[in-house]
Design a protein around this ligand. Sequence first.
Ligand SMILES: Cc1cc2nc3c(=O)[nH]c(=O)nc-3n(C[C@H](O)[C@H](O)[C@H](O)COP(=O)(O)OP(=O)(O)OC[C@H]3O[C@@H](n4cnc5c(N)ncnc54)[C@H](O)[C@@H]3O)c2cc1C
Length: 371
Amino acid sequence: MQLRDTPEEATFRAEVRAWLEEHNPGLDGLDDVDSKKAWSRKIYDAGYAGLTWPTEYGGRGGSYQQQAILLEEWARAEAPSHLGVIGLGMAGPTIIAHGTEEQKLRYLANILSAEEIWCQGFSEPGAGSDLSAVRASAALQDGHFILNGQKVWSSYAHIADWCILVARSDPESQRHAGLTYLIVDMHAPGVEVRPLRQITGEAEFNEIFFENVEVPVENVLDEIGNGWAVAMTTLLHERGTLGFALTGTLDVSVRKLIALSKERRLSDTRLRDKVAQEWIELQALKLTNYRALTKLVETGIPGPEGSGSKLHFSEQNQRLTKLALEIADGEANGWWHHQQLRSRGNTIEAGTSEILRNIIAERVLGLPRGR
Ligand SMILES: Cc1cc2nc3c(=O)[nH]c(=O)nc-3n(C[C@H](O)[C@H](O)[C@H](O)COP(=O)(O)OP(=O)(O)OC[C@H]3O[C@@H](n4cnc5c(N)ncnc54)[C@H](O)[C@@H]3O)c2cc1C
């Protein structure tokens, strides 16, 4: 992996930086869904949404290196991200990999322009780390599926137009077999969304109830019964491409931690060491991401290394926000308090730390299966 920009990459970086200098509304500059959609649309119009997606579906056909540069510049400028997090990071890449031409044409450009927002309905009350325990049922009847069941912890479901989910289409099946991957219209009759309030006070994730919801058979992604393989594509993208975005978030936090330490004229050597350690850990994470990027460029699909980045990020983010509050010495500080509370979910979402350690042990280090 070449760590310095090539001349073309340097030009691209300068272009992104100049655009952000002119347009960035700032992290606190958007406070409702409409303004977030408008900002996302602006990103799309500038050609910065779906950078690596094929041009025929509204993408830019760019390289993964450009995508990494984009995310680095976004973090540097402390600019808000595109609202379509699930569409861009999970639904879109899964549709590109498994969708029919009609599905690609129908959904992809609207993800990029934030015309339509997506959510992911994988988790259920009895199926989290073990996704193969999914119980939601999809019964095929007269050219459509009848969907019944409950999903939980679905981020963005309260504002979503579409949901990617797995349901059991063969009622006799067990575990990974007999699952079908569906694209479900969140405005269809029988879909009910109930927001869940988090420890931060916000309600950004939800329960979803499906009661006899009709899903046209055209909305199956890939083959009926092949849902497990399709879901694995979604999860690989969730963890694999998340690395650079998460590192961007951490970059902002480490900068703010250093600024706080300077502002407080931090003299306690124990705390000063800890601040330096967080900066070092961030550099290590950046290099890990470059290694994962090299693999991605070679193979075109994210590998299990993304699990390492996600694990590193989530554990560091919790530690770092705790340290910042210690340095702030109990003084009320809205931003850090919010970060600390939100960071609790980081070690659960997109695979818990325990599950990610299992994946690293088995799939990166090649150790025998735990059980
Ligand atoms: C902020 C946030 C956003 C989320 N957004 C979404 C979303 O948009 N869509 C969606 O579908 N889901 C979402 N989730 C759900 C998330 O994917 C699940 O919470 C996660 O997969 C864990 O599942 P669980 O909560 O059922 O815990 P469980 O799977 O019941 O795990 C409980 C505990 O047991 C441990 N454990 C379980 N199995 C093993 C094992 N084999 N080895 C070692 N330890 C194990 C876990 O690490 C954990 O500590 C979100 C969660 C959070 C916190």
